[in-house]
Design a protein around this ligand. Sequence first.
Ligand SMILES: Nc1nc2c(ncn2[C@@H]2O[C@H](COP(=O)(O)OP(=O)(O)OP(=O)(O)O)[C@@H](O)[C@H]2O)c(=O)[nH]1
Ligand SMILES: C[C@H](OP(=O)(O)O)C(=O)O
Length: 202
Amino acid sequence: MRTVVPFAVSEPKTRLSSVLSPDERREFARAMLDDVLAALRALDREPEVLATERVDVDAPVTVDDRPLDPAINEVLETTDEAVAVVMADLALATPDALDQLFSPDADVVLAPGRGGGTNAFVARHPDFRVDYHDASIRDHRRIAAELTDDVVEVDSFRLATDVDDPSDLAEVLLHGEGEAADWLREAGFELSVDDGRVGVSR
Ligand SMILES: Nc1nc2c(ncn2[C@@H]2O[C@H](COP(=O)(O)OP(=O)(O)OP(=O)(O)O)[C@@H](O)[C@H]2O)c(=O)[nH]1
Ligand SMILES: C[C@H](OP(=O)(O)O)C(=O)O
């Protein structure tokens, strides 16, 4: 099985622009990527990074500057074995959580994200293709169902938590166990609880 981690290098996490500078977004995105790669390696996976431009990471890198759909679909079209795709912003992903993605021996395994995305998947069916963005889990459920009945969805808080918006940073401080949580603390972020509302302050 190929394990692919897509990574936007130059302008990542624009939805965090209100709380992080461009350089901070690059650093934070990189910390989350490193956490995801480490969690995959702890499962004896050999992740490869599908990056929008050259990047110096401790993993094989394929550069493809096209958007996610054509880049990932080319991997699916040209690979004669199962493919796993795990997003680089799953800052809560642990080996145990990721094991829920790899353990089911189904034609397609989907890990939905809060807000409707598709945070990870495993495709053993050779004709599965991706259609990311705009609540993509709906599209991927349809695409998989058109191919096979053998589809499993992962119910995992950790795999469902991708870091898109400033409100997600609280989850990283609460539950993150890797570099991304450390990076936030070193950048001066703290958890804030005000009248039951949880957020971050800096
Ligand atoms: N290779 C590749 N990876 C991408 C691309 N767009 C997003 N990604 C990665 O896919 C993951 C999920 O995508 P998003 O949550 O949209 O990440 P993002 O584009 O950095 O975030 P926003 O700018 O806030 O939309 C992130 O870890 C990105 O690094 C792309 O066009 N190509
Ligand atoms: C890539 C995209 O991420 P989102 O924009 O939903 O965070 C998706 O999962 O379809």
